[in-house]
Ligand binder design. Sequence first.
Ligand code: 13P
Length: 252
Amino acid sequence: MRKAYIAGNWKMNLTPSEGAEYAASLAKAVKESGVDCRVMIAPSFVALPAVVEAVKGSGITVAAQNMANHVSGAYTGEVSPLMLKDIGVNTVILGHSERRRYYGETDEIINSKVLLALSEGMEVVLCVGETLEERQGGKLEEVLSRQIKVGLAGVEASQMEKITIAYEPVWAIGTGMTATPEDADGAHAFIRSTVGSLYSDDIAKNLIIQYGGSVKAGNIKALMSKENVDGALVGGASLTLDAFLPIITYNN
Ligand code: 13P
């Protein structure tokens, strides 16, 4: 049985004090409402320590939105996995389409980050997804297959339990255009079978695949009802308790 896993990617929003205040109210609400899915939030780097403190004991996972592909050294502006682990952050989102698009992250760079995070014992949410042009050009499967094969190159079968894949069609991010539950399920089924052919049926069966792209209270239930949709990676609607709580309690 795959446990539902819903994550909030705050992107470049919420200052450390705003984030800590919101995270504390989220932790309280999670305890009171008996949420039965795994909940993760990913604040900015500078908000991480305050947010880790604010959610202590709540079971909420706190993740980074990115990380360097080196452990230390002359890499100005970068944040090492050792620094994240030192403040109690053991999960990282890698390969988000905004990192790919605005910061030139290639599948190879993302792969080096995935391997480093795993070698440091961290969990990874690896984001994949096609642009509108790629989808309209019939390249959906080719793009997903490349992003998964290169992104996971060198990852051992025994490390796959630390990997979650987030399918985020670029055209659905922040646009209000959600993939239909059927579109999401189809892409997730393809991702699952790709992982199955790289590893094993068992690993594919246990793989958590999140959907991301304009997820909100009004569409979470329909998305989660699909066989291959195991969770969500939520952007805009994860920024306030009012918007996020109904998403993580979709099942209550
Ligand atoms: P939105 O939910 O704002 O579309 O963002 C999705 C996303 O990119 C999450 O990582």
